[in-house]
Design a protein around this ligand. Structure first.
Ligand SMILES: *[C@@H]1O[C@H](CO)[C@@H](O)[C@H](O)[C@H]1NC(C)=O
Ligand SMILES: *[C@@H]1O[C@H](CO)[C@@H](O)[C@H](O)[C@H]1NC(C)=O
Ligand SMILES: *[C@@H]1O[C@H](CO)[C@@H](O)[C@H](O)[C@H]1NC(C)=O
Ligand SMILES: *[C@@H]1O[C@H](CO)[C@@H](O)[C@H](O)[C@H]1NC(C)=O
Ligand SMILES: *[C@@H]1O[C@H](CO)[C@@H](O)[C@H](O)[C@H]1NC(C)=O
Ligand SMILES: *[C@@H]1O[C@H](CO)[C@@H](O)[C@H](O)[C@H]1NC(C)=O
Ligand SMILES: *[C@@H]1O[C@H](CO)[C@@H](O)[C@H](O)[C@H]1NC(C)=O
Ligand SMILES: *[C@@H]1O[C@H](CO)[C@@H](O)[C@H](O)[C@H]1NC(C)=O
Ligand SMILES: *[C@@H]1O[C@H](CO)[C@@H](O)[C@H](O)[C@H]1NC(C)=O
Ligand SMILES: *[C@@H]1O[C@H](CO)[C@@H](O)[C@H](O)[C@H]1NC(C)=O
Ligand SMILES: *[C@@H]1O[C@H](CO)[C@@H](O)[C@H](O)[C@H]1NC(C)=O
Ligand SMILES: *[C@@H]1O[C@H](CO)[C@@H](O)[C@H](O)[C@H]1NC(C)=O
Length: 699
C-alpha cells in the first residue's frame, strides 16, 4: 500500500510515543460497586438513563421505602389562582427597580400579587411517576423480617442484584433501566412466586407542588380523589393511565409469567397488584413510562443485555483515571470519581440540564438553574463524553427566544438567559433569580470547548446566533459611568455568592473576568467566520471596570465594606477565586495580587456554609497555581462529603444529594488529569504515580 506523507508522519509518531498500557477500567470500576444490607432512608441505590431514574430500597424496588421514580418529562401544574388579575402567568407584573438612570422591570414576586407570583415559582413541578414494590400475598412484611439481606449495584453493567431470605425462602431480584426508553425491567426468582406469596404492586401518587424542597419522597398519597387511574388489561400485560389535572401519562406493563394478573387493590387507593400465576418460580416484567402509549417490545433479558452494553461502552469510552489504592486519600478520591461517573450518567444527562438533586428527589420543585448549567455539564467536555453533553446543551438554542424577550422587556439588546427554569424556558420569579448575571457567558465557555474539540464550520454555525445574542446583551448591560469613564456591571445585581446588597453591588471580580472572557470568545467566533466584530463588543470589553482591589487583594465587588471580617461576606461561594483556575487567566490579572487574595481566603473564609461545587473551584485554583497537594485536599475537605453509595451530601444549606459537587469533582479532576493551556497534565501529588487516558485539556 502506498503511504501518504502524512500517514508516515503519523506512523512514526506512534512509534516514538512510549506505549502506555491501557488502564484496566473494569476492575477499578467494580471495586467500588456499592454493597448494602439495609435500605437507606434518603440515599436510594438507583438505576436510570439520564432522563429517567428509579430509586430503590434493599429489595431493588420501592417496597419498604418510597424512593422516587422521576423523569425529565413528568411535570404538573396545580390549578391556577382565581383572584382577579392573577389568573395566568400573563398577569404577572414583577417589580421595577432603579437601574442607573431608569426603571427596569424584573421578574420578582410582587407583594401586590400574592397569588400568581408563588404559583409561578412552584409550577410546574416534577412528579413522582410511580412506586413499585413487592406484594407479599396480602401479608404484612417488614424489612426486619428479611434475613441475609444483601444488595450489589454493578456499576459496570448498570444493574442491581438484591437477595434475601423470608421464612427460609430465597428471593433474588435483578433491576435495570433501559438506556433508550423509560423502562424499569425486573426479574424476581423465588419459590414464593410459585406459592402465590410474592407479586408486585404499582402505586401512583398525586403531585406535591407545595414544597420548594420535596425530599426525600416526592408525591402525596392521601388525596386519592384528586387524581385518577384507569387500568386496561391485555394478555400478559396492562396499561395504567394516570391523570393528574392536565398531566397524564401511561405506565405500560408487560410480564412473562403465563396467567399472572393485574388487579386494582381497592377503589380507595391507586394501588395495583400484579399477582403471579402459580406456575413457575420466577416473574419478570417491564414497566415503560411515557406521556403517551409507548410500547416497549423488549423483555427483561433483552433490556438487561442492552443496559449492560450501554454501561460498558460508557465506561470504556472517553477518559479514565487510575489512582493508587495504597494511599487512602487517593483511594477515596477514586471512589468518589467512579461513583460520580455512575450517578451523573443516571441523574445528570437528560434532555434538560440537570437539577441539583438530579432524579433522586425534587429540589427547587424539580426545576433546573441556568447559572448551574456550567457546573452540571462542563466536566463532560474534559472527559470526552460528548454524546451525554449533547443531550442537553441545546438548551441555549431552545431558550434563546424567551431570552431575547426577557432582555427586550428590560430595554436591553440581545438575549438575557433566565435562572430557575422549567422545560418551557420560563424563569421563576425571584429577587436573586432576576438579578444574577453569571449565567450569561456560559455559552461562550461551552462553544469554545466544542471548538477546541471540533473546529468545524458546523460548530461555528451551531453557536453563532447564541453567542451573538449573549454578547449583545452583555455589552448592552454594561453601563458607561461618566465619572470613571469605564463600563460598570451593576448595580443592581447579585454576584455568584448571592450574599450582598444588590443595590450596592457593582463590578464584582468574577463577573468582570467572566464578561471579558465571554466577549473575547464572541469576538474570536466572528473572526473565525471572517465576519466583522461589532465595534462596541471590543470597546466594552477593553473598557470594563478594573478588578476591584482593596489592601492589595481582590475583593468580591468594588467598594465592599469589611468583607474579610463580616461573617456573611466571607462565606458562601468564594467566586473571586474563580478568575484563576475555573477561568483561564485574564491579561489584566495581577498574579501577585491574586496569590495574596488566595492566602486571604484561606485565612478568613468560613467554609461551613460552602456548597459542593466550591471545593472543586478551590481545587482548580490550587491546581493552576501548581499546588497539587492542596487541590487534592480541597476535593477531600471535611465539608465536602460523599456518602457510602457516592451521593454528594452538599453542605448545610441544600438538600441531599447536591450533584454539582459530583460534576464539579469530575471537572476539577478532568482539569488536573488533562492539564490546561500552557501546562501538560497531570497535576496530582508527585508520589501518587497515577495513570490517565483520554482527557481533553482545559482552557
Ligand atoms: C450490614 O453492613 C454493615 C456495614 O457494612 C455491617 O456493619 C453490618 O454488620 C451488616 N449487617 C448484617 C446483618 O450483615
Ligand atoms: C404549566 O403551565 C404553564 C403556563 O400556563 C405552561 O406553559 C406549561 O406548559 C404547563 N406545564 C404543564 C406540565 O402542564
Ligand atoms: C385589574 O386590572 C385592571 C386593568 O389592568 C384594573 O383596572 C383593575 O382595577 C384591576 N382589578 C383589580 C381587582 O385589581
Ligand atoms: C433596591 O432598590 C429598589 C428601588 O430601585 C428597591 O425597591 C429595593 O427594595 C431595593 N432592594 C434592597 C435589597 O435594598
Ligand atoms: C398490616 O399492617 C397495617 C398497618 O401496619 C394494618 O392496618 C393491617 O391490618 C395489617 N394487615 C394484615 C393482613 O396484617
Ligand atoms: C395527608 O397526609 C398529610 C401528612 O401526613 C396530612 O398533613 C394531611 O392532613 C393528610 N391529608 C388528608 C386529606 O388526609
Ligand atoms: C385536592 O382537591 C381538593 C378539592 O378540590 C382541594 O381542596 C385540595 O387542596 C386538593 N389537594 C391537593 C394536595 O392538591
Ligand atoms: C371498584 O369500583 C368498580 C366500579 O365502580 C367495581 O366494579 C369494582 O368491583 C370495585 N373494585 C374494588 C376492588 O372494590
Ligand atoms: C497520601 O497522599 C497525600 C498527598 O500526597 C499525602 O498528604 C498523604 O500523607 C498520603 N497518605 C498516606 C497514608 O500515605
Ligand atoms: C460611577 O462609578 C463610581 C465608582 O465605581 C460609583 O461610585 C458611582 O456610583 C458610579 N456612578 C453611577 C451613576 O453609577
Ligand atoms: C501587581 O501588583 C503589585 C502590588 O501588589 C505591584 O507591585 C506590581 O507592580 C503589579 N504587577 C503588575 C504587572 O502590574
Ligand atoms: C463558621 O460559621 C458557622 C455557622 O455560622 C459557625 O458556627 C462557626 O463558628 C464559624 N466558624 C468560624 C471559624 O468563624
Amino acid at each position: 500500500m502506498l503511504l501518504q506523507p502524512w500517514s508516515i508522519a503519523l506512523l512514526s509518531l506512534t512509534l516514538v510515543c512510549p506505549t502506555s498500557a491501557k488502564i484496566d477500567r473494569k476492575s477499578i470500576v467494580r471495586q467500588f460497586n456499592p454493597k448494602l444490607n439495609s435500605s437507606h432512608p434518603y440515599s436510594p441505590i438507583q438505576v436510570g438513563n439520564g432522563n429517567f431514574a428509579f430509586g430503590t430500597d434493599i429489595t431493588g424496588l420501592q417496597t419498604f421505602i418510597p424512593h422516587n421514580t422521576l423523569s425529565s418529562w413528568g411535570w404538573h401544574n396545580s390549578s391556577l389562582p382565581t383572584t382577579v388579575n392573577q389568573t395566568s402567568p400573563a398577569d404577572f407584573t414583577g417589580l421595577e427597580w432603579w437601574t442607573h438612570d431608569r426603571l427596569v422591570p424584573y421578574a420578582q414576586p410582587n407583594p401586590a400579587q400574592k397569588e400568581i407570583s408563588p404559583w409561578m415559582i412552584a409550577n410546574p413541578h416534577r412528579i413522582n411517576l410511580a412506586r413499585i414494590g413487592l406484594w407479599w400475598g396480602g401479608r404484612n412484611v417488614s424489612e426486619e423480617m428479611l434475613q441475609q439481606r444483601s444488595q450489589t449495584l454493578d456499576l459496570w453493567e448498570g444493574s442491581i442484584s438484591s437477595f434475601f431470605l423470608l421464612n427460609g425462602n430465597r428471593v433474588e431480584i435483578t433491576t435495570v433501566v433501559s438506556p433508550d426508553s423509560d423502562t424499569v425491567a425486573v426479574e424476581i426468582k423465588s419459590q414464593m412466586v410459585w406459592k402465590g406469596e410474592l407479586g408486585v404492586f404499582f402505586d401512583f401518587p398525586y403531585a406535591s407542588g407545595k414544597n420548594k424542597f420535596d425530599a426525600p419522597y416526592v408525591g402525596v398519597w392521601n388525596v386519592t380523589g384528586n387524581h385518577s387511574t384507569v387500568l386496561r388489561e391485555r394478555e400478559n400485560g396492562a396499561e395504567i393511565r394516570h391523570t393528574l389535572d392536565a398531566t397524564s401519562y401511561i405506565t405500560d406493563i408487560t410480564w412473562e409469567s403465563e396467567g399472572a394478573k393485574m388487579e386494582r387493590l381497592n377503589n380507595k387507593t391507586h394501588r395495583y397488584v400484579l399477582k403471579p400465576a402459580q406456575a413457575g418460580n420466577w416473574l419478570s416484567f417491564t414497566a415503560t413510562f411515557a406521556p403517551e402509549l409507548a410500547k416497549n417490545v423488549d423483555n427483561f433479558d433483552a433490556i438487561k443485555a442492552k443496559t449492560a452494553k450501554w454501561w460498558t461502552e460508557y465506561w470504556e469510552t472517553g477518559a479514565f483515571i487510575s489512582l493508587p489504592p495504597a494511599n487512602s486519600s487517593a483511594k477515596e478520591l477514586q471512589r468518589r470519581i467512579v461513583l460520580s461517573q455512575y450517578l451523573l450518567a443516571v441523574n445528570g444527562a437528560g434532555k434538560d440540564p440537570a437539577q441539583e438533586s438530579g432524579l433522586v428527589n425534587n429540589g427547587w420543585y424539580g426545576k433546573f438553574h441556568m447559572e448551574m448549567v456550567f457546573w452540571h455539564l462542563a466536566h463532560w467536555t474534559l472527559w470526552n463524553k460528548w454524546t451525554l453533553y449533547d443531550r442537553s446543551i441545546g438548551v441555549y438554542d431552545r431558550f434563546l427566544s424567551t431570552s431575547f424577550e426577557r432582555a427586550q422587556k428590560q430595554g436591553y439588546q440581545g438575549a438575557r438567559f433566565g435562572k430557575m427554569s422549567d422545560p418551557t424556558g420560563r424563569s421563576a420569579p425571584g429577587e436573586i433569580n432576576s438579578l444574577l448575571i453569571w449565567q450569561q457567558p456560559h455559552p461562550m465557555y461551552f462553544a469554545e470547548m466544542e471548538w477546541r474539540k471540533y473546529p468545524t464550520e458546523k460548530t461555528l454555525k451551531k453557536w453563532d446566533h447564541i453567542l451573538t445574542g449573549a454578547a449583545d446583551f452583555m455589552v448592552s448591560y454594561a453601563w458607561f459611568n461618566e465619572s470613571t469613564k469605564v463600563y460598570d456591571l451593576g448595580p443592581p445585581m447579585y454576584p455568584v455568592s448571592e450574599n450582598t446588597n444588590p443595590n450596592q453591588t457593582i463590578n464584582p471580580t468574577f463577573e468582570l473576568a467572566y464578561w471579558r472572557f465571554g466577549l473575547n470568545v464572541a469576538e474570536q467566533w466572528q473572526l473565525r467566520q471572517n465576519k466583522s466584530v461589532p465595534s462596541n463588543w471590543r470597546f466594552v470589553k477593553e473598557n470594563l471596570a478594573p478588578f476591584p482591589v482593596e489592601n492589595e487583594v481582590y475583593v468580591t465587588y468594588e467598594g465592599v465594606k469589611d468583607m474579610w471580617t463580616t461573617p456573611t461576606l466571607a462565606e458562601d461561594h468564594p467566586g473571586l477565586l474563580g478568575i484563576y483556575g475555573w477561568l483561564p487567566p485574564d491579561s489584566r490579572m495581577n498574579l501577585t495580587t491574586f496569590k495574596k487574595t488566595i492566602e486571604k481566603v484561606y485565612q478568613s473564609w468560613n467554609f461551613t456554609y460552602s456548597y459542593g461545587w466550591d471545593f472543586p473551584l478551590l481545587a482548580m485554583t490550587a491546581a493552576r497555581l501548581g499546588d497539587a497537594e492542596r487541590a487534592v485536599h480541597w476535593l477531600l475537605d471535611p465539608n465536602n462529603q460523599f456518602d457510602e453509595i457516592g451521593m454528594p451530601i452538599g453542605g448545610t444549606r441544600v438538600p441531599t444529594p447536591y450533584f454539582p459537587a459530583s460534576a464539579g469533582l469530575l471537572l476539577a479532576v478532568g482539569m488536573m488529569a488533562g492539564g490546561w493551556d500552557g501546562l501538560e497534565g497531570p497535576v496530582f501529588p508527585k508520589t501518587w504515580g497515577i495513570e490517565v487516558e483520554g482527557f481533553s485539556k482545559a482552557m
